[in-house]
Structures are given as structure tokens and as C-alpha cells.
Design a protein around this ligand. Structure first.
Ligand SMILES: [Zn+2]
Length: 321
């Protein structure tokens, strides 16, 4: 039996506000890299040199496994021509990006913009969908992983579905050492954005990413977690207290939103402007999704209700205790 070593961290730069992104090298039966940084020359060079320091080159990697499809995690997959690329099936549409999917994103986010009370121009997901993929790779997955699947070539590692920050987001768990490679599910310094994605098929119900994120945190919490290797920042050795903090802060943020609504009624845009006066200019979509996430949560605990008025959603408080 091969002894699987716990993950080695490789830190790659990104041009994003989040800063560096981590990818992880696991020396199992197959030399495996978890995630693939972002598609820039700087990241590629940093990956090459950090692999070299460990006695490897890019061509030594046998397989790449993705936590999720965001460009800072899948950017360099095209370097791994002819190698296995595994991830949840839901990532595939973001890697392949055919015209049908791009059109579906435009259509879906145009509709969502209207519901949120937002002019479409402010929603890059609706009007400039291509710009979201500038730094993404486009090698399709060669195989799919789902809840509980063993990772081929990595003894003792399994995939856990931890959706919310993205659909198809996976974490990878090694029970023997209590190690979790958590992607962007649990980060030390920030709470991950609950990013809204279009349903897989037209007509299906809207995702509620904040509720999914909370469920995913509660799910990983049931495991022995000695160390969490996050997609950004330092390794986490106090996962349980951090998870509790994230859930508590999210509840408090939602209650703050409830307070903002007060006795009146508000659109999602009106609340997002108050909650994120700066971020709403810099990245309106993220600010709106975060606000929507709090409203979904408040709705789930019956604190607010919404009404559709000529296609725009208005939220009001249901109870005032
Ligand atoms: Zn992400």
C-alpha cells in the first residue's frame, strides 16, 4: 500500500483582489495537483519554479483535480494536455463554454437583473459574459467526481460535494490524517461569496448559494478536521471554531439586512447599495449576490417575504420580535 503524503502547498499569484491562490501537490500513486491557478504568465512561471524546487516539472503531473471552475482555480489546466482532469460534472459547462451556455448565462442574468431592480448594464454576467473567462482554462474534464467518490491514484482520499460558493464545488478529504482540501469553502480571512449560477436547465428553480454554503460548512464539520488546506491564505487548524464563526457572522449580517428593511420594503439593489456602498460600484454582481444570499437566508427562517411587482422583487419583514 502506498503511503499518501498530505498535501504540499504551492502559492501562485493572481491579478484579483483576493490575492494569491493555493494549489496542492499530493504525491500518491499518481502525482496529483489539486486546482490549477489562474491563466497568466506569472502564475505559470511560479508554478513551474515551485514544482522544480520539489524536483518535478509540469509534465510529471499525472492528473489535475479541480475544487471548482472559477478562473483562479482552473486557469492553467490547458498546460496539462493529455493528462487526466477530474472534477464535478457541473464544472464542464464552464470549461467548454459553448455558445448555448454563454447565451443561457446572458438570458438568465438579464432576467435576474430585472428581478433585483438593477439596470442590465451593471451586471457583467449579463452583458459581458466573455469577460468572466479571460483567465480561465478550457481543457474539458476527462472524468467526473461526485459525493463519496474515491480519488483515483490517491489512496484514502474521497470527494465531498460542498456546493455554494460555486455549483459543483468539491472538497477532498483524507480521513486518516483529518485533512481537507477545501477549495473556497472555508477561508481564514474572508467568507466566500455565495455566487449565483444559472440552473442547469431552463425552467429549473434558482439556486440559493448562501443556504448551500451553510449546509456545506455544517457537513464538513461532521468530520475529523485536523487541518483544512484552503484555496487562499494559510492552512486552517481551528476549523470548527472558524465554521461556527462564519455561520454566526452570516446570521448577524442577515439580521442587519432585516434591520435595514425595517418597516418598509426594498429591492435587492436598494439593500446592496446600503450594505456595500463601495463594492456595489467595483463589482455589482458580487454585492448583489451577497445581498440576495442574506435575503434567501432570512426567507428560509421566515423573517422576510417577497412580492413580485411588475417583475421586480420587493422584500418586507414578516415579524418584528
Ligand atoms: Zn472561487
Amino acid at each position: 500500500m502506498t503511503q499518501t503524503k498530505v498535501a504540499e502547498k504551492i502559492i501562485l499569484p493572481t491579478p484579483f483582489a483576493v490575492g494569491d491562490v493555493n494549489v496542492f501537490l499530493i504525491e500518491g500513486e499518481k502525482l496529483t495537483m489539486i486546482d490549477a491557478g489562474i491563466k497568466t504568465k506569472e502564475a505559470e512561471n511560479a508554478l513551474e519554479s515551485q514544482l522544480n524546487e520539489r524536483g518535478y516539472t509540469i509534465s510529471d503531473i499525472d492528473q489535475v483535480i479541480l475544487t471548482h471552475h472559477h478562473s483562479d482555480h482552473c486557469g492553467l489546466v490547458d498546460l496539462f494536455e493529455g493528462k487526466d482532469l477530474l472534477g464535478h460534472e457541473d464544472n464542464q459547462r464552464y470549461l467548454v463554454r459553448d455558445d448555448e451556455f454563454l447565451d443561457w448565462q446572458r438570458e438568465y442574468f438579464t432576467g435576474i437583473s430585472k428581478k433585483m431592480g438593477v439596470p442590465k448594464e451593471y451586471m457583467k454576467y449579463a452583458n459581458n459574459v466573455e469577460s468572466m473567462y479571460t483567465y480561465s482554462g478550457s481543457k474539458p474534464l476527462t472524468g467526473f467526481l461526485k459525493e463519496g467518490d474515491k480519488i483515483p491514484g490517491l489512496e484514502g482520499w474521497i470527494a465531498l460535494e460542498t456546493f455554494g460558493h460555486s455549483q459543483g464545488h468539491l472538497s477532498f478529504y483524507h480521513e486518516a490524517t483529518g485533512s481537507l482540501i477545501g477549495g473556497d469553502l472555508l477561508l481564514g480571512r474572508i467568507s466566500p461569496n455565495p455566487i449565483l449560477e444559472p440552473p442547469k436547465k431552463k425552467g429549473e428553480a434558482r439556486f440559493k448559494p448562501q443556504l448551500q454554503l451553510n449546509e456545506s460548512l455544517k457537513k464538513i464539520e461532521k468530520n475529523k478536521l485536523d487541518i483544512v488546506y484552503p484555496g487562499h491564505g494559510s492552512n486552517i487548524t481551528d476549523a470548527y471554531s472558524l465554521i461556527e464563526k462564519r455561520l454566526r457572522k452570516q446570521h448577524e449580517r442577515a439580521m442587519h439586512v432585516k434591520g435595514l428593511i425595517g418597516e418598509g420594503e426594498n429591492t435587492i439593489l436598494e439593500l446592496a447599495v446600503q450594505l456595500f456602498p463601495k463594492a456595489i460600484r467595483r463589482d455589482p454582481a458580487l454585492a448583489l449576490f451577497e445581498t440576495l444570499g442574506q435575503l434567501d437566508y432570512l426567507e428560509s427562517i421566515q423573517k422576510v417575504e417577497k412580492q413580485d411587482k411588475e417583475g421586480v422583487l420587493y422584500y418586507r419583514v414578516t415579524t418584528h420580535e
